[in-house]
Each structure stands twice: as C-alpha cells, then as structure tokens.
Design a protein around this ligand. Structure first.
Ligand code: HEM
Ligand SMILES: [Cu+2]
Length: 560
C-alpha cells in the first residue's frame, strides 16, 4: 500500500500551557479531557437519580392495585425517568463524556476545534438537569418522555420546565455536534486519512452529524409546545385548529435519529474493545465505518414507524415499514463483523470485554424485537404495551448502557492513571447482566399478553412477572453500587496503569495516563489503520509514552 508522507500542520503544533489556578484548570476549564470528566461526573449523578426514580416505579408495580404512589405521582416518575435517562444521561455521557475525552486523543489532536464552545456546551448541562428534577416541586411533566399533546398541553407547570430543560440540552448537543464535526474533519494527525481513523471516531462522526441536523427539529417542536402552553398559540390543540400529530412527526423526526445518537457511540466502543481483547484485526473495518454513515442517513427516513397507530394515511405505513427493515441491514453488518472479529481470537475476558460481549447479546435481541415492532400488523398489537418497554430497554440499557460501561472499564486507566479492580468488575458484570435480563425479559410476554405501558395499576394476572421484574431491578442497583464504589476506590488505590495497560494500538494509548494537558509532546504521523495486531505500530515521530510526563497539570516538556 502506498503511504502518504505525513505532513505536520501548523494547527496541530500549536501548544498552550496548562492554566495555573484550580478554578481555571478544573472548573471553567477548556481542556477537552477535563470537560469530558465533568460530563461523566454530572451524568453519573443524574444516572443515579433517574435510576432511583425507576426503582420507585418498580416498587409500585410489585402489586397490581398500586397503593404505594398516587397515579399522578406515578405518571411524573416515569416521565422524568425516561426523559432524564435519554437527555441527561446517555446522550451527554456518550458524546460529551466519552466523545470529549477520547476522540481528540484518538485523532492526535491537542484539543477540540472550539474549546470555549465545548465548555459552553457543558455548562448548559447541569442547569438543564436542575430544571428538570426541580419540576417535582411544582408538578413534574406527566405525559411520558414523548409528551404528546394534547395531554402535555394540559400537564402540570413542570411540563414547561421540561421544555426548557430539554431545549438547553438540545442546544448543548447541537453545539457539541458542530464542534466535534469540525474537529474530526480538520484536526486529524498528519497521515490520518478517513480510512485510518479508529472506529470510535467514525461512530462519533456519524453521531455528530445526527446531533447537528436532527436536534433542530426537536428544538422547534419544544418551542412551539412552550409557546402554546404559555401564550395559547395553537400549534397542537385540534380544538383551535392545531395538529397534535404534527408534534409526533417533529418529535420522532428527532427522536428516531436520537436512538442512533445513543447507540452509535456504544457501537464505537465495542469496535475498539473487541479487537484489543481478541488480539485480532477488526473484521470488516470499512463495513463497520461506512455502516455508521448509512445508519445516520437512513435514520432520517424511518421516524413514522413510531406512529403506525396514529391514524396516518394508510398507504404511508408501507414505505416506513420497508425502510425500517432496511435500516436493520447496516446494524446486522456490524453485528456480523463483531462476531467474526471474536471468531478464532485469542480472547482475554477483561471486564471491558465481558461488557462488550454482553452488549452484543442483548443489543441483538433488542434489534430483533425492533423488527417485530416495525412489522405493521404486529405493531398494532404491541404498540402501547410492555413489549415496547422491553424493546427500548434491550437497546438502551442492554445496548447503550452496557456499551458505555465497557468503555468505562476500557478507558478508566487512561482517564485516571489507575486500573479498576477487575474482580469487582467481573462481579459487576454478572450481577448486571443477569439482573438486567430478569428485569426486562418478562416484559416481552406480559406486553404480548396485553399489559399496557405507563399504568400504575394492572390486571392481577400479571402480578408474578411484575414481581420478578421488580426484584431484578433491585439487583441492578446493587450492581451499579459495586461499580461506583470500585471507581471511587480505584481512583486512589487502584494499581498504577502505565500508558498502555491493554496493549491497544489507537493513539490515545501512545501518550501517558492521564495524558498531559497538551496530549502529545509531538503530534505523530499515521501510516495505517490501527488494528493490525501482528504489525509494528503504525505511527512515526512518537515520543515514547513512558517518557511523557503524566497528569492534567504536567508542565510543558523542555524545548517548547
Ligand atoms: C433493528 C433496529 C431497530 C428497529 C427495527 C426498531 C424499531 C422500533 C419500532 C418500530 C418502534 C415503535 C414501537 C411502537 O411504539 O409501537 C421502536 C420503539 C423504540 N425504539 Fe427501536 N428499533 C430498533 C433499534 C433501536 C435502537 C438501537 C434504539 C436505541 C438505542 C431504539 C430505541 C427505541 C425507543 C426508545 C423506542 C420507544 C419509543 C417510545 O417510548 O414510544 N430502537 N423501535
Ligand atoms: Cu424509531
């Protein structure tokens, strides 16, 4: 293969000194790594709150006659739980958290293109959470995370706070999308052509496009809902000439792409973890990379599969059904490539690898129930039942959350300079994996048998399986508690990691752990894609990582 001589660009060589005082270094920082960690800390706090809301839901559903919470409170709980898991946890963690920390390192950049904008995106995030959670004080939103009008028009005052909170998150992720896109297009290390980019970067690229394009539709829909609730301008209320179905179109024109905003970064994590722990080149690099782009484009053409029962024109359901089936193809391509990567590999069952393999199993299951839901006649039965709840949790928890956990085990050494405890990591995996299936598998059949979603009371025939699900969910809390204790303990007491504890080959491992403020002493040149484990490392001009001073406040090396 012809190798382009890597050229050093002036942009990549521009180096800043780390700020001196604590506030500028750790609070109002412009360093993409610290901003990434800030997202992770705040996102984890919101994860704990949203998880506890879910546990309250499960306590209520232990009994069919619902005595624990009032129906009003129950509605508020599942609405805020769903909204916060999507917008305050998975999206910010997948892009703002992991994207920020890892992507610039992976492409050999010293930071993102617009560091100041990056900080601004982050600082929209904590207020959004505070606004959403404090809506409980005035009556939280109660029409589900989808907030369909006309119900949401009549909802409690907190519904308007929901509009504001989600709008802020929308601005934040749009700005992050633009920032990341420019970074990936303009700031790659010399020689890093598109087809030499790590697959996590490809995933962030597709996600950035989605964030940038799709979120505007949500913003418009939210603004209209807010205006109608506050000033009575009739966008959605049919009794004043508005159209509630218009909300559904705008909402899903964003929210279907948003499911890929939530899953593509996890796909990217899996594509890094598998080759590293199977010691094999990733199978079908180009297929995995391009299928992310195919998913991002096709993701804009399937939104109405959420609206088959909304009374839309009957001939229209057919193209949406067929396009939804088609979008499963690039997803299947990835699953095939991952399994083929494992095939014959020299597999090391680290915690990260266990979560990655668990991801493939549960995510595939969730993808298959998605195909059921995309089949119109079946969806007429399943829509609005627990079957949908089962599907979204297989893809969002079994997919996005397990994927991000794989990433957490994989990159924790890079972020902290120390290893997570692997024995507790294994326990965390098995508790989570089993408890996850105990919680969500039964929802498939209670849904098919006709239990509606979003109800505080239900037919007593479903009691047993609901109790099984609730008990499973309590164990999920135990699993996550193990994880967070492990993280806090390991930051101080974990084994020292060194630059590259897993023997991985992407660029973030070619500098110290944690990397210095400026990431790389010299920006390396890139000769190949990173996954050929039997070849020498594909970089030129690297400072040996052991010699790079580690730590976020490391001073500049001599000569700069
Ligand atoms: C093979 C891929 C997939 C297909 C064919 C598919 C199909 C569907 C369909 C047809 C529905 C509508 C069900 C209904 O309301 O009656 C649905 C719901 C949903 N899907 Fe998927 N899906 C797929 C993958 C995913 C992924 C990857 C995610 C997220 C990571 C996801 C998240 C959701 C969510 C959150 C809902 C529920 C929306 C609500 O609350 O009403 N899906 N899916
Ligand atoms: Cu969808």
């Amino acid at each position: 293969m012809a190798v382009a001589a890597p050229q050093h660009s002036a942009l990549a060589e521009h180096v800043h000194h780390a700020p001196k005082n604590f506030i500028n270094r750790y609070i109002f920082t412009l360093d993409h790594k610290i901003i990434g960690l800030q997202y992770m800390i705040v996102g984890s706090l919101f994860f704990i709150i949203s998880g506890l809301l879910a546990e309250l839901i499960r306590v209520q559903l232990m009994n069919s006659d619902g005595r624990f919470l009032s129906p009003e409170h129950f509605n508020e709980l599942y609405s805020v739980h769903g909204s916060s898991m999507v917008w305050l946890v998975i999206i910010p963690l997948a892009t703002g958290g992991f994207g920020n920390f890892v992507m610039p390192l992976m492409i050999g950049a010293r930071d993102v293109a617009f560091p100041w904008l990056n900080a601004a995106s982050f600082w929209l995030f904590p207020p959004a959470g505070l606004i959403l959670f404090s809506s409980f004080l005035v009556g939280a939103p109660d029409a589900g995370w989808t907030e369909y009008p006309p119900v949401s028009l009549q909802g409690p005052p907190g519904t308007s706070m929901w509009c504001i909170a989600i709008f802020l998150i929308g601005i934040s992720s749009t700005l992050t999308g633009i920032n990341f896109l420019v970074t990936m297009l303009k700031m790659r290390a010399p020689g890093m052509t598109f087809t030499r980019m790590p697959l996590f970067v490809w995933a962030q690229l597709a996600t950035a496009v989605l964030n940038m394009v799709a979120t505007t539709a949500l913003a418009a829909a939210l603004l209209a809902l807010f205006l109608e609730r506050t000033f009575g301008i009739p966008f959605y209320d049919p009794s004043h000439g508005g159209s509630p179905v218009m909300w559904q179109h705008m909402f899903w024109f964003y929210s279907h792409p948003a499911v890929y905003i939530m899953i593509l970064p996890a796909f990217g994590v899996i594509s890094e973890v598998l080759p590293t722990f199977a010691r094999k080149p990733i199978f079908g690099y180009k297929m995995i990379a391009f299928s992310s782009i195919a998913i991002a484009l096709l993701g804009f053409m399937v939104w109405a599969h959420h609206m088959f029962t909304s009374g839309m024109t009957p001939w229209l359901v057919l193209p949406f059904m067929i396009l939804t089936f088609i979008i499963a193809v690039p997803t299947g391509v990835k699953i095939f490539s991952w399994v083929a990567t494992l095939w014959g590999g020299n597999i090391r069952y680290s915690s990260a690898m266990l979560f990655a393999i668990g991801f493939i199993a549960t995510f595939t299951f969730g993808g298959i129930t998605g195909i059921f839901l995309a089949a119109v006649p079946a969806d007429y039965q399943e829509h609005g039942t627990y079957f949908v709840v089962a599907h979204i949790h297989y893809v969002l928890f079994g997919g996005s959350v397990l994927g991000l956990l794989a990433g957490a085990y994989y990159w924790f050494p890079k972020m902290s300079g120390r290893m997570l405890n692997e024995s507790w990591g294994h326990i965390h995996f098995w508790v989570t994996f089993i408890a996850f299936n105990v919680t969500f598998l039964p929802m498939h059949w209670i849904g098919l048998l006709g239990m509606p979603r979003r109800v505080p009371v239900y037919d007593p025939q479903f009691t047993d399986w609901n109790r099984v699900a609730s008990i499973g969910s309590f164990f999920l809390v135990i699993g996550m508690a193990i994880f967070f204790i492990n993280v806090i303990w390991s930051i101080k007491h974990g084994k020292k990691a060194g630059p590259n504890p897993w023997g991985a080959r992407t660029l973030e491992w070619m500098t110290s752990s944690p990397p210095p403020y400026y990431n790389f002493v010299k920006v390396p040149g890139v000769l190949h894609a990173p996954y050929e484990f039997d070849q020498p490392l594909p970089y030129v001009g690297l400072e040996p990582p052991e010699t790079v001073v580690s730590g976020y406040k490391a001073p500049m090396p001599a000569g700069h």
